[in-house]
Ligand binder design. Sequence first.
Ligand code: AMP
Length: 336
Amino acid sequence: MKTILTGIRANSVLTLGNYLGALLPMVRLSNKYSNEYNINIFVPDLHSIISEVDGDLQENIIRTLKYYLVAGLKINENVHIYRQSHVPAHSELCWILNCNATMGEMGRMTQYKEKSEGKASANVGVFDYPVLMAADILLHDADYVPLGEDQFQHIELTRNVAERFNHRYGEVFTVPVETAKQVEFMGVEKPIRVRDLVNPEKKMSKSTASENSKIMLDDTPEKAAKKIMSATTDSFSDVQFDFETRPGISNLLYIEALLTDTPLTEVVEKWQGETRYGELKKQVAESVSGMLSEFQAKLSAISDEEVLELFTEGEKYANEVANKKLLAVQKAVHLR
Ligand code: AMP
């Protein structure tokens, strides 16, 4: 059976952008394929400590898994949930792969350049995490790795390192499919990008200082509705969908389509030409606050024990698979 592997960092409460752009699509993909593929959903906690963690990491990890469940993740015997640091083979393989990746290719990683800003004080984890990511993928022979656009370069790196290793030591790793095919598999024409509510030219991000720019999944429904009502629009006189010239109003139409799971063309058709922006804002505010009320009620109904049980079960499976692969790698490089 082929494997799909996916994860999201648990560094803080997530935004509506993370939910609509990453969590929900991952859950839908998992539910669609869990009868024919192994679905590995892991919480990359070793990746979390590369940067600052808001709040308590343990609480964040448990809450992140609850998010998947609230978003509708269906669990069956093919769905495996685990915490990366509870499967020690990930860090072990990372070291072996470090010795098969080059400084040159690592230094070319855009994420590294952006995150380190060329500062000598940047931690080594920021430089090396793409190799840990390669280990996450290769340990489980994952073919498909649904991730955001910003991670595509790391999938290509994983493919290069795997091919190099296989060439040097024999066919040990499954090489994940190339990024274009990953996108095709995810079934989206364009990556989903929810915009900042105050500066709609930018994407909504939890690191933006302005509170009104972003909707957090723990915002009260009333607070979230107010943020939508005060979202930046434009000085045109009617609703039109065009991210280039009217990013603010287009973002609201986009959010409405995603939240109500309605084709964007249908939402645009309904609102096009409307001269009262307030009416559209009211509708989107209602959709957002309705979603949050339901989401938060479901979230508080899931116990920590339930989540820990899923982790324990998944980690048993993940350790078995990972240790077997690690041993094959150790044998290939003559460490065993
Ligand atoms: P980050 O919070 O930037 O680490 O992103 C975690 C995941 O959420 C990645 O897959 C991103 O592509 C996705 N994501 C983050 N912000 C947005 C956004 N505004 N719209 C859509 N997806 C997003």
